[in-house]
Write a protein that binds this ligand. Structure first.
Ligand SMILES: [Zn+2]
Length: 200
């Protein structure tokens, strides 16, 4: 089961992250990538898609960890509480820096993985999270330390409430439709790519 977070459900964030990655990859044909890079990049993208919500102890990541809620609470405090640093441009830079450092550290055990591409996949996932949360009632403090929460549309009443019909029956299906359209529209490109560019 996916937890309902106060922004969007983790399931919606997962789908948004992979959709964003698909759009970017299809718009910018990549050089040859190894299968390892592709798999690690997809994993990093999905982690990026839920990373900002590590600021709440109820996040799936913390719930799946032994005593995770304790760590979640500490981590949440460090990030200044929910929908704070990790939901801003400063947070993007901060997480980007930490992930860059982590990937450099991990590179020796996965030498065939292009860590630059993995980093971008993470970043795209994380950015997609902030964009999706911007559609919710609470908004996102993009420009911290300026304490203003931005939302689209600007009138709160028209924004989405988490887990309610707007998300379940509009946002999630819309994302699915975008994915189906992307796959159908780029079918030949995708098949060619898998045949010719995915290397060992
Ligand atoms: Zn969030």
């Amino acid at each position: 089961m996916y937890a309902i977070l106060d922004g969007m459900t983790a399931r919606t964030h997962d789908l948004a992250a992979i959709t964003a990655l698909g759009i970017v990859v299809l718009a910018n044909p990549l050089p040859q990538v190894t299968l390892g890079t592709a798999l690690v990049a997809i994993l990093a993208n999905q982690i990026g898609g839920i990373a900002p919500d590590l600021d709440q102890p109820t996040a799936p990541f913390w719930r799946n960890l032994p005593s995770g809620h304790v760590f979640g609470r500490i981590f949440g405090k460090l990030l200044g509480g929910h929908r704070f640093i990790s939901h801003s441009i400063i947070g993007l830079a901060l997480f980007g820096f930490v992930v860059h450092w982590l990937l450099l550290f991990l590179h020796p055990i996965m030498p065939h993985v292009n860590i630059g591409l993995v980093w971008w996949a993470f970043f795209i996932g994380m950015a997609s999270h902030l964009v999706m949360d911007t559609l919710t009632k609470e908004g996102v403090p993009w420009l911290l330390p300026i304490p203003i929460k931005f939302g689209v549309p600007p009138i709160k009443r028209f924004r989405i409430t988490t887990g309610k019909s707007g998300e379940m029956f509009v946002v999630f299906p819309l994302l699915l439709l975008v994915d189906i359209w992307l796959c159908a529209h780029n079918y030949d490109t995708i098949v060619n790519y898998l045949h010719q560019h995915l290397a060992r």
